[in-house]
Design a protein around this ligand. Structure first.
Ligand code: SF4
Length: 109
């Protein structure tokens, strides 16, 4: 497994956003810290584990948390951004609001 650079992770996030019709959070500093977290996780675990969550121990148990996580589509639809707020819906971004904290859908019943 070859390590990812921060630049590769930023490209990955931009590609995910473009593919899904989302936008990467325009807050540069915030996004840089999330990209750093994703890069560290990739280089530690071998996959892009969500930078806002802890590993459950393996790719299999973490599979719903690999970015873009299984919860991102619903969160973006409902709240305008994913749990980490790395990705925003286009309409949320256009509204110029800052993302707030949202519940982790992983634990929602
Ligand atoms: S919450 Fe956002 S950054 Fe975290 S895995 Fe889901 S889509 Fe990626």
């Amino acid at each position: 497994m070859s390590d990812k650079t921060l630049e590769e992770t930023r490209k990955f996030a931009a590609m995910v956003a473009a593919k899904q019709g989302w936008v990467v959070n325009p807050d540069e500093e915030f996004t840089a810290s999330l990209a750093e977290g994703l890069t560290t996780n990739y280089n530690r675990y071998g996959y892009y584990l969500c930078p806002c969550r802890d590993s459950d121990g393996s790719r299999e148990t973490d599979k719903d948390l690999i970015c873009p996580c299984a919860y991102s589509w619903k969160d973006i639809e409902e709240h305008g951004h994913c749990f980490c707020a790395l990705y925003l819906s286009k309409s949320f971004a256009a509204g110029g609001k800052s993302p707030g904290g949202i519940p982790d859908r992983r634990f929602a019943k």
